[in-house]
Design a protein around this ligand. Sequence first.
Ligand code: FE2
Ligand code: FE2
Length: 485
Amino acid sequence: MCERVPHTTALEHEEQEARPATVPAFVDELVVALTNARIYQPDHPRVLRSLSSLSDQLKDLLRQSTRSSLIIGAAEDYLFHEGQPLLGASLSALRLIKSLEALGSGGIRFAEGASSEEFLNLVYVLGRGTRGPSRVDDANQVLFDRGCRRIHFLNPYAELVDGDGAAHGGTGPGQASPWGALHDLDSLLDVEQSAKSVTEVYQHTVADLQEITIRAARGHTVSLDNSQGDVEELLKSIVHSGQALLNLCRYENYDAFTFGHSIRVCSLALYFASQLTENKELLQRIGMAALMHDVGKARVPFEVLHAKGRLTQEERAIMSSHTEHGGRILLEIADSDPATVAVAFGHHDRFGVDDLGTPKQSIVTRLTKICDVYEALTAVRPYKDRMSPIRAYRIMLTMDGAFDRGLLRRFMEINGVYPVGCRVELSDGRSGRVAKQTRVLTRPQVQLESAPFCPTEEVLDLSRLRGPDAVHVEQLLPETVGKTL
Ligand SMILES: [Fe+2]
Ligand SMILES: [Fe+2]
C-alpha cells in the first residue's frame, strides 16, 4: 500500500495547477533548491528546475500583490513576511535561517524579474557556509560581481513590513519589530515558552533529516546519532506538551522531501505509543523507527517522488523500492536497531499472522504503518486537500488485511474523532483546540479561544456535559493560519 492514497485523478491534477502561488510555497521551494544544490552540481536538471520554479513563483506572487519586490525576513529562528511569522515554512528552513544569521542578515529581498540565474547566485552564496562571505555587504558584493541585480541580502531586522522601501537600516521608530510578531506567534501556538522549544525541536529534527537525506542520496553512510537526540526531544514534547507538538504538526507544509511527513508520523507514533506504554526505551525505538521509515525515499528519483499526477505502473514500482533502499541504508549503520530496519523494509507490507495467530510483523512496524497511512490521508499534499479523521478511519477500515485491526481500533480510540491539536467549533458558537481525548470519542476536552487562534486558559471537558442541549463539537475548523503562514 503506497501512502499516496487515494489515487489522484486528472481533475485533482488540474486543481493543483490552479493553486495560487503562496509565500510559504516559495520559501519551501527555496529550501528545496538549497538542498538539491548540496546533493547535485549546480547545472543538474533538478537544481535548474527549482531555480526556474522560484523565478516563476516570484513572478506570480508579485503579480498577485501590488509590490515590486518580495521580502522574506529572518530573526530568532523564524522567517517573516510583512511582519508575520511564516510558521509552516520556518519549520523546514533552519539551515537557511542559520545561513542568514551567519551573514548577519535580517532577510532577503527578491525584486521583480529575478531570473533563474540570479536565484542560482543566491543559492551559491548561501551554500558557501563558512567558506563564503561573513558579512551582508560582502555577500551582496559577491552577488553583484556575479551579475545578480534583483536579489540581495538585508541588514538585520530591516524592512520586515515595508515591501518597497529603499532604506536598509535597523529597526527604527515606526518600523515593525520582529519581536512583536514573535509575541503573536506565541499566542498562535497556545503555550508561550514551551511552544518555542517545540518549534525548535521540530526545526532541528528537519535539519538533521535533511543531512541524512543528502548523505543517503549521495550514497554515503548515514549516522542516526543526532536523530536519536531529536526523537528524545520529540518524546519529551509529546509527554509534556502533546498539544503544542501536534498543533505544529498540523501546519501545512508541502516540503518536497517528505521530512514533514516523517516527523508527523513519528509524532503520531509517539503519541499513540505513549498512551499504550510508559517504557521510555521502547518509545524511543518506536519514535526512531517511525522517523526513519521513509529514509529510502532519498534514493528514489526526484521525478517519481514529486510526480504530480497519478503514478504509472513503472513509477509505482520505483516508488515502492524505497522500502528496500531504506532497509539497506539503515543496515549500513553498524549499530542500527533491528526494529528500525524492519519498519523501513516492512511498513508497506500487509498485516499477517502465522499458524499460531501470532502477527508476523513487530508491534513497531504495525503501529508505524497505521500512523503512516493515517498521516498520508489526513495531511495536505500538493495534489489533495486534508481529509477528516473520520473519513480516514473509514477508508482504513475498508483496507482489508492491511492493518492489525485491534491496534487500529486502539488508534482510533486514542486519536479520537477530533484529534488533539485540531481546531473545532462548538455548538454554542465558541471555538478552541482539542486538548485531550476523553472516554467519549466525540466529546474531547477543548481549550477555548477568545478570538480565532488566541487560546485562553479555559479548558472545557465536553464529556462532563450531558443532556440534549449539552454543548458539543459542531465541526472541525480549517487550519487557515497554516494556509497563509
Ligand atoms: Fe513509505
Ligand atoms: Fe511514509
